[in-house]
Design a protein around this ligand. Structure first.
Ligand code: FE2
Length: 189
């Protein structure tokens, strides 16, 4: 493997050898939003929610993996566009570092014990998520939210535990044009 350099843009990441662009449309992640009626209404339009450019294949054999994610602006039934969110599988090194690139974002986090934390993910913000904390990113602004993340290559994702818990302890809702973090009544550990 040789040293290489990228720019913090989708174009730069997409062009890297082995890059895989993963598109998540509403049909892929509609189940994470609380307003099921609105999810059905938007089914035909099936909007793009986010794109994640994963460089893992191009980094085969390397210790670190990283990617760039862009979440589109807007809400689904008043809930801001977001990623599915995951835990990193237990018994593996799996801390992760996030860097805000552009837009206005929020990281929703929950511990194995069900504690909740939320942190801003704006340009230049760096957030460290320890192994035991699940993480979901949310675009709470009016332009695309871009962020960079880096994690150990051995990390495995656990999405099922988030589904089993009914999501995250709090939901990022738009109320009167502003962010409101509301308790998620469907959440349980
Ligand atoms: Fe992660």
């Amino acid at each position: 493997m040789l040293p290489f350099q990228l720019s913090l843009s989708l174009e730069s990441f997409r062009q890297h050898p082995g890059a895989k662009s993963i598109l998540r449309r509403l049909s892929d992640i509609g189940d994470i939003f609380s307003n099921t009626a609105e999810v059905q209404l938007l089914a035909d339009a099936n909007p793009l929610i986010y794109e994640f450019v994963d460089l893992r294949e191009g980094l085969a054999g390397s210790m670190m993996s990283f990617g760039l994610t862009v979440i589109q602006p807007g809400t689904v039934g008043g809930e801001y566009a977001m990623t599915r969110g995951h835990f990193h599988a237990v018994r593996q090194d799996g801390d992760e570092v996030y860097l805000g690139v552009s837009g206005t974002g929020l990281l929703l986090m929950q511990s194995r014990q069900g504690e909740s934390r939320e942190m801003e993910l704006n340009p230049g913000a760096v957030v460290y998520t320890p192994l035991a904390w699940a993480h979901r990113t949310v675009n709470i602004g009016r332009e695309p939210l871009a962020f960079f993340s880096i994690w150990p290559s051995a990390t495995a994702y656990d999405y099922e535990e988030i589904t089993r818990r009914g999501g995250f302890p709090r939901r990022a809702m738009e109320q009167n044009g502003r962010l409101a973090l509301v308790s998620n009544p469907g959440f349980h550990i």
